[in-house]
Design a binder for this molecule. Structure first.
Ligand SMILES: *Cc1c(COP(=O)(O)O)cnc(C)c1O
Length: 372
């Protein structure tokens, strides 16, 4: 049985509808910032439970726009070291300084590590919902931010539809960034979304995404913006997937429950604990290997002998050890021991919309054989 690491899923009906809509878009001549983008924003804001949403052309753009709308300038932003490069890179693109922090065993930012690095230059803290899990310690980080007058921001690229204590990802911080890159839980081809309750961030985000223009039709530039617009074609694709989001998450949770039950019986690998109150969308199904297991060899054998592809780690190498940041900030390794350990030891089992229990069973059986 051939098990891919992920699957991009557009049912035939959806493809037909999208094609019809694209035909209409081309015929109308309104190719960007039109009704599909607006509808996507309205539905997304309503779903997340925020007043506003702004559609943009990538998750990376969403991150940078949020930071620019908050005038981060040359202040510091605290970022967990186990994240995608776009999180810290967006801080640098917005003119700020990245300050990394360590994580806890649920792969989320560790409050004590954040507290240690807060100083007079700090302006914001990014929480990243790794693998789709909103870390419950976000409450403590929220508190820290209030205490020190910092902005709490969410990189929710992994977390469309994830919930903690009844609240959706994207509604915890001052603003949140989502990604609709093809590997994410839903995709628009390329695309992203900002959610916020803050009217000022909302208004400035609209201006930033369109070259800093004060209005769509005018030619007065009040900010230094960029072309961060989402085309109508991408918005139509995104809307189609958005209508499937709950179904996709239900599928992923069903597979995750199966893995949970099966892995309880395994002794060399254990799932990341999902704390009570948290409902992951299972963008990733993350599990920890015992320290003496060689992950590279394990993945190779699973792929070559069993045709099972594990999905990409989140993340294989913490950002402070990526050459770009290691050199820039002079890290040597050992600075963030929990992240360094967990990044090295976790695996992500395949999980995707439409995955069958038979496929999941084959994954677990193959994994058990390789580990035996
Ligand atoms: C995918 C991702 C991004 C970037 O999103 P793009 O749409 O690819 O620009 C940012 N942060 C995290 C954590 C991501 O996984």
């Amino acid at each position: 049985m051939n098990i891919p690491a992920a699957r991009i899923y557009f049912p035939e009906d959806d493809r037909k509808t999208i094609l019809k809509q694209i035909d209409g878009i081309l015929d109308s001549g309104q190719l960007t910032l039109g009704k599909y983008g607006k509808e996507f924003e309205q539905k997304y804001a309503e779903y997340v439970g925020t007043k506003y949403a702004v559609a943009v052309n990538s998750g990376t753009s969403a991150l940078e726009i949020i930071l620019r709308a908050l005038d981060i300038d040359d202040s510091s932003v605290i970022v967990p070291t186990n994240t995608f490069v776009a999180t810290p890179a967006s801080v640098i693109h917005a003119g700020g300084k990245v300050v990394f922090a360590d994580i806890t065993d649920n792969l989320g930012l560790k409050p004590a590590s954040v507290r240690k690095v807060i100083n007079k230059d700090t302006k914001a803290v990014f929480v990243v919902h790794i693998g789709g899990l909103i870390p419950p310690q976000i409450a403590e980080i929220q508190h820290l931010c209030q205490e020190h007058g910092l902005f709490l921001l969410e990189d929710a690229a992994h977390a469309q539809g994830s919930i903690l204590d009844g609240k959706k990802a994207g509604s915890f911080g001052v603003a949140a960034a989502f990604s609709f890159y093809p590997t994410k839980v839903i995709t628009s081809g390329e695309g992203g979304m900002i959610t916020t309750n803050d009217e000022n961030i909302y208004n400035r985000a609209l201006v930033f995404r369109d070259q800093g223009k004060a209005g769509f039709l005018g030619n007065i530039h009040t900010e230094l913006g960029y072309n961060w617009r989402l085309s109508e074609i991408h918005a139509a694709v995104g809307l189609s997937q958005f209508a499937r989001l709950e179904q996709f998450i239900t599928d992923r949770r069903r597979i995750a429950r199966f893995y949970d039950t099966e892995l309880k019986k395994a002794d060399k690998v254990s799932p990341i604990k999902i704390p009570p109150g948290a409902k992951s969308n299972y963008y990733k199904y993350m599990a920890m290997l015992k320290d003496d297991i060689d992950r590279t060899a394990l993945k190779k054998e699973l792929k070559e002998k069993y045709t099972v592809s594990l999905s990409g780690e989140v993340y294989e190498l913490p950002c402070h050890l990526q050459p770009i940041f290691k050199t820039r900030y002079g890290f040597k390794g050992g600075e963030f021991p929990v992240a360094e350990d967990l990044c090295q030891r976790h695996i992500c089992l395949p999980v995707f919309a439409g995955m069958t229990e038979e496929q999941a069973r084959y994954v677990v059986e193959s994994l058990k054989e390789v580990l035996a």
